[in-house]
Structures are given as structure tokens and as C-alpha cells.
Design a protein around this ligand. Sequence first.
Ligand SMILES: Nc1ncnc2c1ncn2[C@@H]1O[C@H](COP(=O)(O)OP(=O)(O)OP(=O)(O)O)[C@@H](O)[C@H]1O
Ligand SMILES: [Mg+2]
Length: 242
Amino acid sequence: MPDEPLLRLDGVDAFYGKSHALRGVSLEVHAGEIVALLGLNGAGKTTTLRTIMGLLPPRAGTIRLRGRRIDGMPAHRVARLGVGYVPEGRRMFANLTAGENLELAERPGGEWSIQRVFERFPKLRELRGRKAGKLSGGEQEMLAIGRALVGSPALLLIDEPSQGLGPIIVTDVYRTLAELRAGGVAILLVEQNALLALRVAERAYVLDDGRVVYAGAGADLARDRARIGTLMGLPSDELPVS
Ligand SMILES: Nc1ncnc2c1ncn2[C@@H]1O[C@H](COP(=O)(O)OP(=O)(O)OP(=O)(O)O)[C@@H](O)[C@H]1O
Ligand SMILES: [Mg+2]
């Protein structure tokens, strides 16, 4: 199929026990785009990423990567097919060094060697001997992105990269995401700060209670001040000007 998206979910349902977390989620990510996945706390954003990654098997629906079914595959196979995951809270091996965290994740012979990651993030080269647990939040986010990159992904799933970071570091992280896209990596970006995500995302989806309630252009969503206000928990006249 010529126009097959890189990633495609169709009617995905997922449960935690009896709790119905995703209800018929359908979405697409095309090669070379950043897609924002937004929604209030508990909407199902993290669950969507975990389900794509194979950490939570869907109970219904299909997930395709370049047309190939990946639902039901374990996470290590999904990773090998080219999906990188940067989880909420970053989840480093705190007692290992930054360099060791990268070595554990590297896919030898892949497009992104550790050396290339160091060239892209000179700061990580400087920090490679430091225990991951001793890094600042921004440094850990860079390491988490670096760790996903050494798996040479075509698609990165990123969960709340700005969480707990100061504004300057957030700008740096977002610049990195835009550069990765320019380098051919597609990104499915989960973010609480909707306006921030919509500054880089071509397209966006909004989840509410496990359902997709908006699918469309990021810029159109950014102009819907009432909806953005709801998403960000702010009256629309108090929203920052984007
Ligand atoms: N491990 C779990 N066990 C049981 N229920 C869970 C678990 N993780 C999430 N849930 C429930 O599934 C639903 C979706 O949660 P999810 O973490 O995907 O939301 P989210 O959109 O990522 O929220 P947040 O913005 O708070 O990170 C919520 O109702 C949540 O309580
Ligand atoms: Mg979450």
C-alpha cells in the first residue's frame, strides 16, 4: 500500500483488569511528522503509548507498523521493528552511568550509534561517566531520548518530556524533537502542556476517557482557545499567548 502510515491504530481497546482504559482508539502517525496526543489526567495517553509498545496487549483492534500487525507482539520485538519509547518519569537505571544506560539499549549496527548520539548531544558525552540517578531532570530527559535513539527508531513514543523541567531546558528538549523529525524520526508526543506540544506538532489527537474526541491539524486545535483552556485547566483568557 503506497500511503500506508508508519503507525496506524484501528479501534484499539485496552483494559487494566476490568477497568476499560482505551475505547476504540484509532490514530495514525506518518513518516516524518510529530503528532501530539493530548488529554486530561487519566484520559489514556500513557496507556496508548504502552499499548503501541506491546507493554499492554490490546483486547480489541489492530496496531500496524508500516502495514505490519504489531499488536500482541512483546515490547522487545516492537522495539526491534523500529519503535523507541521514552516513558513518563524517564526510568533510568539510576545506579548505572549514563554511558552504561546507553550501552544496554544500543542496537549494534543501527543508524544511531552511541557515538552519533554523543555527537548530537555533546552534553551526554560529558556526562557519560556519571550515575544516571545523579543527573538533573533535563539531563535525564536527554539521556532517555538518547537511550531510545540508540535503538535506531523510525518512530519515537515520548511521554511528557517537559514534566518537571524548567522553561529553558524544555525549549532545548523541544528543539531536539524538531531536529529529530528533520532527521527523519517520526514522533508521537504525549504532553500535558497542550500549547507547547502544538507548537511543534503537525497534527493532534485529543483523548477523553479513553476515546479520541479530536483528530486534526495541530494549528486548528491551538486556535480553539476554549478547548485548549479545558485541556490545560485554565480559563481561556488566562492562557499564555502562543
Ligand atoms: N496500572 C494501572 N492499573 C489500573 N488502572 C490504571 C493503571 N494505569 C492507568 N490506569 C487507569 O487507566 C486510565 C488511563 O490512564 P493513563 O495513565 O493512560 O492516563 P494519562 O492520560 O496518561 O494520564 P496522566 O496525564 O495523568 O499521565 C485511568 O483511568 C487510570 O486510572
Ligand atoms: Mg500519563
